[in-house]
Design a protein around this ligand. Structure first.
Ligand SMILES: *Cc1c(COP(=O)(O)O)cnc(C)c1O
Length: 431
């Protein structure tokens, strides 16, 4: 598959280069030159297919040109080696749980897939590959875990000192081996500025064979389609599902819509946003006006200018009328989010995290207006990842899963550093 830049001001590249570049040289996002169609067998006989085969068939058109089948099969198998269950809450509402991976949030699948692709590309070169990433929380953990012990790849993670949760910090700093955590004396913006400065230096980028594990990377975006195919495999109702996705940077939703464009049956999509409501306002008014980002309970979705939305528009070739037939967007308030957490606990004995709660609220709301439909919402994180706010709302404590309990007692190992690009560059050269 070739990928073009959405600004159309850069050369088309294959999957390998798109993965290594992250962003196209014209600073825009890569998009596949054509959208493949899933085979009739994949859609109609999905119930009888193993997950590994479903995932392999879905990703092969994109990555198969640059990664041999046997290698790609192994990568896919390692990517999805945990369960992704569709849990029934009622006849009309299911929860697609994406938090059973190693870091308890949905970014595991993208990070695991990308890390193994880069590991393969690193084998093909004699240079060492270095992944440089700034994190405000979840991304860093998923990237650290995904790349842990991947041969030929060094990972350097910058995180703001004192500004990530205890569980998140342990996920970044206790692995060791090829994972290096730099605790920066500054905030997330400082970390991100340093990473941007370094990437804006083409010589350095080449010299150190640097790449970013940002969520816009095609190797993180495309494998997210797997979730929706696995949900379709488990969907037992004769009517097509309404799918509600808690959305921040819109990568996850964009992957779901891409799977639909390739033939996966869907009744309707809901983009469930928190108070950062740029897209709900845009679909209402036709005007794209990002406002200032506000902090919410569902903080992984505190994004006011979502990078991946342009990809959704590209799938529909900028035809907003057809897009609006398949996609609704709604902004859910903080109070509605808290009430949704309480409501699901009360009605179904089901404990949700604030991100899942936003999507649950949006789905309930939609089904209320469409009495003949049924669907699922996406639960993107284990409630324990946001235990402070969830415990405050419900008054009930949440137990740490055994794997996390074992990680939080491990010793933190990070280098404390001033927020200066030169110091980080020295560190990169020393690897
Ligand atoms: C990243 C994240 C989201 C938002 O996903 P996007 O692909 O950025 O829309 C939602 N929930 C959780 C828990 C996340 O970590």
């Amino acid at each position: 598959m070739k990928f073009y830049s959405l600004n159309r001001n850069a050369d088309q590249v294959g999957f390998r280069e798109a993965t290594i570049n992250g962003l196209a040289p014209d600073k825009s996002l890569y998009f596949p030159a054509s959208i493949p169609a899933f085979s009739a067998q994949l859609i109609n006989e999905i119930h009888s297919l193993p997950n590994e085969e479903i995932a392999f068939e879905a990703i092969r058109p994109y990555a198969g040109g640059d990664i041999p089948s046997a290698v790609l099969k192994k990568i896919v198998t390692e990517t999805i080696n945990f369960s992704i269950p569709l849990v029934k809450l009622s006849d009309r509402i299911h929860s697609l749980e994406l938090f059973h991976g190693p870091t308890l949030a949905f970014k595991d699948v993208g990070a695991r897939f990308m890390s193994r692709c880069l590991g393969y590309f690193a084998e093909q070169t004699d240079k060492k590959v270095t992944v440089l990433v700034a994190t405000s929380g979840d991304t860093g953990g998923a990237v650290a875990d995904g790349f842990y012990d991947v041969e030929g790849v060094q990972v350097v993670i910058l995180y703001p000192s004192g500004k990530v949760s205890m569980v998140q910090e342990k996920q970044l700093t206790t692995l060791g081996k090829n994972i290096h955590a730099l605790e920066i004396k500054g905030n997330f913006d400082d970390c991100q500025r340093i990473v941007k400065d370094i990437f804006n230096n083409p010589e350095l980028k080449q010299d150190l064979f640097l790449t970013s594990a940002n969520s816009i990377n095609v190797a993180r975006w495309l494998p997210q389609q797997f979730y929706y195919l696995f949900a379709w495999k488990q969907w037992a109702s004769p009517i097509k599902p309404v799918i509600s996705v808690p959305s921040g940077n819109f990568g996850n939703l964009c992957a779901a819509i891409l799977a639909h464009a390739s033939g996966m049956p869907v009744d309707h999509f809901i983009a469930a946003c928190n108070s950062n409501d740029t897209i709900p306002r845009y679909l209402q008014s036709g005007e794209y006006r990002p406002s200032k980002t506000v902090a919410t309970l569902s903080n992984a979705m505190d994004v006011s200018d979502p990078s991946n939305f342009v990809r959704i528009e590209e799938i529909y070739q900028q035809d907003t009328t057809s897009l609006k037939k398949i996609l609704s967007a709604i902004s859910v308030t903080e109070e509605e989010t808290s009430n949704a957490i309480l409501n699901a606990l009360d009605l179904y004995g089901y404990q949700m995290d604030p991100h899942g709660a936003v999507a649950y609220y949006a789905l309930e709301n939609y089904l209320h207006q469409h009495g003949d439909k049924a669907g699922y919402f996406v639960e993107t994180a284990h409630p324990v990842k946001f235990h402070d706010s969830v415990e405050r709302i419900t008054g009930k404590s949440i137990e740490l899963p055994p794997a996390v309990a074992a990680q939080v007692i491990k010793e933190k190992n990070a280098l404390l550093m001033d927020a200066e690009a030169d110091l980080i560059i020295d560190f990169l050269r020393s690897l």
